[in-house]
Design a protein around this ligand. Structure first.
Ligand SMILES: [Zn+2]
Length: 472
């Protein structure tokens, strides 16, 4: 820790002591600062819109509400664009003009949410509630907090008269949870609006508490697995079940499923994975920690990889491509030989591995069986974004000053975000959600979605500092 960050750490510590989080039931703050009030008001306003895929008009209105705030803060109309690449697809692009010293920085969030059934919730999902130190409402964590992290800081920084060293571009999409058409359009046809050196995505990464609520790790998402789905179909001429033959569509399919289950996709240790294993090993029990470090040394240590994969499916997903059966169909009558049987196989392919290699592997595994492979969902590949040292070190300094010496760890999501469209178009993307939560408190897409009030404001503040750090 250098002297400068020590001073910063002390001043942050003092700031927290002065604003002493009062243990009220509903909020950790006795009074919000001006900036915190603005952030809360913006969050309340956008959570109030039912921005699901069934209600694109609500998404448009929520974006228009943000446009009104940006104009009030002095952003000129020519730097604000409501984009509408297709029917019911809306997004917002705002350019915060800088001195043009370097290529622009792109900042990503999404306004749309998955549907919520009000009857099943303890709170009305489309209004901002406060309970036990949390903001509650659909979108609080995924990803309306991200919209506020970006846009409330645009407003604050503009009002402070700050001129960034380079342009900052906010791209808020309105269909991340469904088609991703807005991000896809912006990354390609609309490229001139958002072209940037790299993007920071509020919709991935984030801080992790341990069970006792201590700060444990700070994650930055650098890659996403490729989502690809196949159907394997066994066909046969069928017949009467009183006269069975050795060839049977269901038996053939069962053999195929068994061969797939027994196959182990090769371990792939990318730069990000190596760093992830190295930096998080200390947080795991000794035997796992030893295996993680063994793989850092020697990616071909298959025994270490096997023990890790057996210990936790998360390790398995981190180390290799996975293909697993998810749906099964077959036969047409109790007393007939099946004419066909099929299984749906969902694959999550390691970034950088071409999907065709996986398809060829599956074909070779079922060689000799009368089985056809079809692709029913073809994903968009996105290469991993390796973190430049300056971005990693900048975040490490900010994390250490605020939360002490915890590891900053690159990670790969087994799922996808808008980031994949930008990575696919050649713009590296780093996911910095920045809000801390406990790993067992993941309620995005689920019931009573929530985000810690204290953690939300901390994350907005982190973004304030991050924008100033990387724009200058
Ligand atoms: Zn999201």
């Amino acid at each position: 820790m250098n002297l400068k960050s020590k001073e910063l750490a002390l001043s942050i510590l003092l700031a927290f002591v002065v604003t002493a989080p009062v243990q009220a039931t509903d909020s950790p703050f006795s009074k919000l600062s001006e900036q915190q009030q603005l952030s809360e008001d913006m969050l309340r306003e956008i959570v109030g819109f039912e921005t699901t895929s069934e209600r694109p008009d609500e998404t448009r209105k929520s974006l228009e509400a943000m446009i009104a705030r940006l104009k009030d803060a002095g952003f000129p109309s020519e730097d604000i664009e409501l984009v509408n690449p297709g029917d019911g697809q809306y997004g917002l692009v705002v350019r915060y003009r800088g001195l043009g010293n370097e290529k622009s920085l792109l900042l990503l969030a999404h306004m749309d949410v998955v549907t919520a059934t009000p009857d099943a919730w303890a709170f009305p999902p489309f209004s901002l509630g406060k309970k036990d130190g949390y903001y509650v409402g659909r979108g609080t964590s995924d990803n309306k907090a991200g919209v506020v992290q970006i846009l409330s800081n645009f407003i604050r920084l503009k009002e402070e008269g700050w001129v960034p060293g380079r342009d900052l571009i906010a791209a808020i999409s309105g269909d991340e949870e469904t088609d991703g058409a807005v991000a896809k359009w912006l990354a390609n046809e609309g490229r001139a609006l958002i072209d940037a050196e790299y993007a920071i995505n509020s919709d991935a990464g984030g801080g992790e508490y341990d069970e006792s609520g201590q700060h444990k790790a700070f994650w930055i998402q650098t890659s996403e697995k490729l989502y690809q789905t196949y159907v394997l179909t066994a066909s046969n001429e069928g017949g009467h079940s009183s006269l069975p033959r050795p060839e049977n569509a269901i038996q053939d399919l069962a053999l195929a499923i068994t061969r797939l289950a027994e196959y182990e996709f090769p371990v792939i240790i990318s730069d990000s994975t190596r760093m992830r294993l190295e930096r998080s090993a200390a947080n795991y029990p000794d035997e796992l920690s030893r295996d993680m470090l063994a793989l850092v040394e020697e990616a071909s240590d298959i025994e270490a990889a096997r023990r890790l994969s057996a210990a936790d499916p998360y390790f398995n997903a981190t180390l290799r491509t996975t293909c697993t059966p998810t749906m099964l169909n077959g036969g047409h009558a109790e007393n007939a030989l099946p004419r066909d049987a099929s299984v749906t196989v969902n694959c999550r392919i390691m970034p950088g591995t071409p999907a065709i290699e996986i398809e060829r592997k599956i074909a070779s595994l079922i060689d000799g069986l009368e089985i056809e492979i079809t692709i029913i969902y073809e994903g968009i590949p996105s290469d991993p974004s390796n973190m430049p040292a300056a971005f990693l070190e900048g975040n490490e300094a900010m994390v250490e000053a605020r939360w002490g010496e915890i590891p900053v760890i690159p990670n790969m999501s087994p799922g996808a975000t808008d980031g994949l469209f930008y990575r696919n178009a050649g713009i590296p993307v780093y996911g910095v959600g920045a809000a801390f939560s406990k790993p067992d408190d993941m309620r995005a897409h689920g019931l009573d979605e929530r985000l810690g009030i204290f953690e939300f404001h901390e994350s907005v503040d982190y973004w304030y500092e991050m924008l100033k750090t990387f724009a200058d």
